[in-house]
Design a protein around this ligand. Structure first.
Ligand code: T3D
Length: 265
């Protein structure tokens, strides 16, 4: 049987999607985009799923666009290639899908994350990286700008100065430094990486999913709002969440000194 380009596995209420083109450091092809999109859609639609983990097989996380793909590589005969069309067709929907997932998404960065592969990781809610992993905004090396959300994400995560340094110089940033400058949540030892990812995903899966997703949405929306508008948004979201099951359960569990069992999604 043919190997899938995205390996899907399930443990408890955690769905893991592993990019699976290790021979090319899990770089994106049209077919892999298709499988990833289908797997994300399936996870979003499955009420049993309360956390999604994305990772890579082999020694890399994802090396961005597969540059050997004739659909994007400049043609030897001088024919123009519409790189923008690939962005519209694949990367924009991928970024918007990740940011609209109805459950938290963890990027488990097991190795190098380059180009769109780096920004694919940074679009996720929580990024945990193995100490040997690295992040590389490889775009300037091939005459492009950061895509897959890079121009939006980088200044928001690390500020304009560091964003420009990372994007223009395209140096490999080790996982420790990525954590130090606030690009990612956590860098952990390679030996404990799988267990740490499992722990964080299991924890997220027991937390109030709807509130976690509303937190992501409110943080993203606040980037465009003044304080008064952000405060109003907070009031609106709290009004909705305050009427949901998880708020009642969270308060009841606190008062009864027991662990809560959240159900909303
Ligand atoms: O084009 C459009 O549609 C626009 C979209 C753009 C989005 C983008 O992501 S643009 C950026 C694309 N990505 C890159 O430019 C990164 C290219 N890769 C690298 O710079 C290096 O491979 C790494 C720094 C990521 C890792 O280096 P290293 O030394 O650990 O590994 P390596 O030997 O370079 O790569 C291992 C194999 O994977 C190698 O194949 P081989 O020689 O063993 O048969 C290499 O060719 C292959 N590989 C790595 N990255 C890609 C790739 N093959 C195709 N496309 C890749 N992006």
């Amino acid at each position: 049987m043919e190997e899938p380009l995205v390996r899907v596995s399930h443990s408890g209420s955690v769905r893991t999607l592993a990019l699976n083109r290790p021979q090319a450091l899990n770089s994106f092809t049209a077919a892999m985009h298709g499988e990833l999109r289908a797997a994300l859609d399936a996870a979003a639609a499955d009420r049993e799923v309360r956390c999604v983990v994305v990772t890579g097989t082999g020694r890399g996380f994802c090396a961005g666009q597969d540059l050997a793909d004739p659909a994007v590589a400049p043609q030897r005969d001088g024919a123009q290639v519409d790189v923008g069309a690939a962005i519209e067709r694949f990367y924009k929907p991928l970024a918007l899908r990740l940011r609209s997932m109805p459950v938290p998404v963890v990027a488990a960065v097991n190795g190098v994350a380059a180009g769109a592969g780096a920004n694919f990781a940074l679009l996720c809610d929580i990024v945990v990286a193995a100490r040997s992993a690295s992040f590389l905004q490889a775009f300037s090396k091939i005459g492009l700008i950061p895509d897959c959300g890079g121009t939006w994400l980088l200044p928001r995560l690390v500020g304009r100065g560091r964003a420009l340094g990372l994007a223009m110089l395209a140096d490999k940033l080790g996982a420790e430094d990525a954590e130090r400058i606030g690009l990612i949540w956590k860098c952990v030892d390679d030996a404990t990486f799988p267990a740490e990812v499992e722990t964080v995903a299991a924890r997220l899966s027991t937390l109030p999913t709807r509130a976690l997703v509303a937190t992501r949405q409110a943080l993203d929306a606040s980037q465009q709002l003044d304080l008064a508008a952000a405060l109003s948004l907070e009031a609106d979201v709290q009004r909705t969440l305050g009427a949901a099951n998880d708020f009642a359960e969270g308060v009841a569990a606190f008062m009864a000194k027991r662990a809560p069992a959240f159900v909303d999604r």
